[in-house]
Design a protein around this ligand. Sequence first.
Ligand SMILES: [Cu+2]
Length: 163
Amino acid sequence: MIVGASGRTHLVGRAARTALAALAAGSALVCAAGAHAASTPVAVNLSLTHYAKVTHLNAGDSVGINPPIVHVHVGDAIVFVNGDADAHHTATGLTNETHFGEPRWTQAVLKQFGGIGAQAWSSGDLAPGASSAPMVASTAGTFLYGCFFHYSTGMRGEIIVEP
Ligand SMILES: [Cu+2]
């Protein structure tokens, strides 16, 4: 009886290990699918001619950005696309801001650098029709950004990065 119980325990243990292995394999598949999804950047379109309507965001109004609020996860990338035919745009982070204040950008933001997170970042100067390099979201949180050229016009957006 003791042997039988032991054998049974062994089988249960073995079954549990098999189930764990199956779960692990399942997780691997989920991770692979997640990695694949993360490799496809989310597009945010910048266009004062197409998205002139003011949208009310948590942080203030927005003009010329679609979607004005975008939700992504850490590791996801965003590509900013200039949809205008005759205007240059940027998507430039407002570091550590919770409302659209007056950014203290310099022309350094006309070159692409950084990723979406707590540190300074910018898509760089996007010519008409141009797309930015993929900007990877590295930190969970809410990140505000705006256009270097049209910030005072209200060209601002919000990126919510979930863990
Ligand atoms: Cu602009």
